[in-house]
Structure formats: structure tokens, C-alpha cells
Design a protein around this ligand. Structure first.
Ligand SMILES: Cc1cc2nc3c(=O)[nH]c(=O)nc-3n(C[C@H](O)[C@H](O)[C@H](O)COP(=O)(O)O)c2cc1C
Length: 236
């Protein structure tokens, strides 16, 4: 079978790990694979916290309700949707384009898109600007075909979470391909874990925590069940 498909089909949510140290070179490959996932407007609106040092990992595991995968993993990766990173990302990309010899026209295009993005994607204080944008877009949509951009803060966090989740899947498949195992988890105390990591309630939302390590030889994987293809797919 193709190697990528093999990693994809072999990945399981592993519930118990054996204590191994993940070498830095593997950690970097795994995180690099995560950030190569596609993201809306290439905005990469996330931050990964790789928690491996022993007192911090123990605290993070406790905040994952002490679940077995969290307690036994070599590291916990907290995947955070981050809408506070947008302005910095657009600026960094603009600088990269300048350094990489893009034409002035292309750089101007990027500036224009970034400005439109900032207007579309900023909810403004108390969401007032968001409400105004929502009303305008809704009205325009009565006459013309258009997508609804994320206007309120919650929409924006949901928008960022989509790209974050794709990066998470890349991370898990990369770990599998490199001989490691993972377990994605949403069983955690988001409020306390956010506070522990110093996150802002305004800009950040934890999407999931991924336990990563080497499957314990004592762990017996249950058979994998999926709904039949025709229950999940509509071919038109
Ligand atoms: C968003 C998400 C949240 C999950 N949360 C947990 C969790 O808190 N604890 C856990 O043990 N497994 C968790 N899982 C793992 C699922 O239970 C697992 O993926 C599912 O049962 C299918 O098993 P498989 O991945 O081995 O095929 C989560 C999976 C996803 C995608």
C-alpha cells in the first residue's frame, strides 16, 4: 500500500503509552508536518504547545481529567486556535514576499487582500463592528451569491479551529509515519488549561490536546469500527 495511506489507515487513538523520550528531530518533523497543512487564506491561525517537561506535563495531564492517554504520553500537544496571530502573520508574509523577489504588483495584491481580511475578520470592540458587517452581508446576500465571512468572535474562533484541526490531523499522521502513536482528546478543562498556558480568552481557544508517544506493548487495541461508506457519503 502507498506509505501515506498506510500511516492513515494504521493510525489509532492509542490509550496507553510506554515511557520513551521523543527525540528533538522527530518533534520538529512532526510539528513541521502540522504547519504544512492547508489553512484558510494561508493564515495558519494556530499555535501548538508541546508540553514534555515533567512537572508541566503532569499538570497538563491532570487538566485532561487525568485520562490514561494524557497521563502516560511522552508529550502533550495542545492545539490552540489563535485569532490574535493574524496581523503578525500577514505582516510576516508581506516581509517574506519582499525578500523573495515577488513583483510589486503581487506585493500590492497581498497588501490589498490583507487589508480586506483585516476588515472582514476583525469583530471590533464588543462585536459592534461584527454585527454591522453581519447586517450588511446578510442584506447583500439577498441579491447576490456570496459566502458569509466569520463576523463575530465566536465565528472567528470556529473559523480558526477548522484550520487548526487540519494541522492536528497532519500532526497525527506524521507521528504515525515516524513510528509514534497519538490520541486526540477533547476531554480537558479548557478554562484551567488555558490559564495554565497563559492564553487569552479573547484570542485563543483550545481545539484539542494530542497525547503522543509510543504505544504500550500491554495496550490491546479494540477493533476499529466505522460507519459504512454509503452512510457518510452522498455521490451526486
Ligand atoms: C475531537 C476528538 C476528541 C476526542 N477526545 C477524546 C478524549 O477526550 N479521550 C479519548 O480517550 N479519546 C478521544 N478521542 C479519540 C476517539 O475516541 C477515537 O478517535 C475514536 O473512538 C475512533 O477511534 P480510532 O481513532 O482509534 O479509530 C477524540 C477524538 C477526536 C477526533
Amino acid at each position: 500500500m502507498n506509505e501515506i495511506l498506510e500511516a492513515l489507515f494504521h493510525r489509532r487513538a492509542v490509550k496507553a503509552f510506554e515511557a520513551v523520550e521523543i527525540p528533538q528531530v522527530l518533534r520538529e518533523q512532526i510539528l513541521d508536518a502540522a504547519r504544512h497543512a492547508p489553512s484558510s487564506f494561508n493564515s495558519q491561525p494556530y499555535r501548538f504547545f508541546w508540553v514534555e517537561s515533567s512537572p508541566r506535563k503532569a499538570t497538563a495531564a491532570k487538566l485532561c481529567m487525568g485520562q490514561m492517554p494524557a497521563a502516560t504520553a511522552s508529550a502533550l500537544v495542545v492545539a490552540v486556535a489563535d485569532i490574535g496571530s493574524l496581523a503578525g502573520t500577514w505582516q510576516a508574509r508581506w516581509e517574506w514576499m519582499g525578500r523573495s523577489g515577488f513583483s510589486h504588483a503581487k506585493i500590492r495584491d497581498h497588501e490589498r487582500t490583507a487589508k480586506i481580511g483585516q476588515i472582514l475578520f476583525m469583530p471590533g470592540p464588543f462585536g459592534i463592528f461584527g454585527a454591522l458587517k453581519w447586517a450588511i452581508f446578510r442584506l447583500v446576500n439577498l441579491w447576490t451569491t456570496m459566502g458569509m465571512p466569520p463576523v463575530f468572535r465566536q465565528d472567528l474562533l470556529k473559523w480558526a479551529t477548522k484550520s487548526t484541526s487540519l494541522a492536528c490531523e497532519n500532526l497525527m499522521i506524521a507521528a504515525e509515519a515516524l513510528g509514534l502513536n497519538t490520541c486526540p482528546m477533547e476531554g480537558f478543562d479548557g478554562r484551567r488549561l488555558s490559564r495554565f498556558l497563559g492564553l487569552s480568552t479573547r484570542y485563543h481557544e483550545i481545539g484539542m490536546v494530542i497525547a503522543i508517544g509510543k504505544k504500550s506493548p500491554a495496550y490491546a487495541e479494540p477493533p476499529q469500527w466505522r460507519r459504512p461508506l454509503d452512510a457518510t457519503v452522498t455521490v451526486l
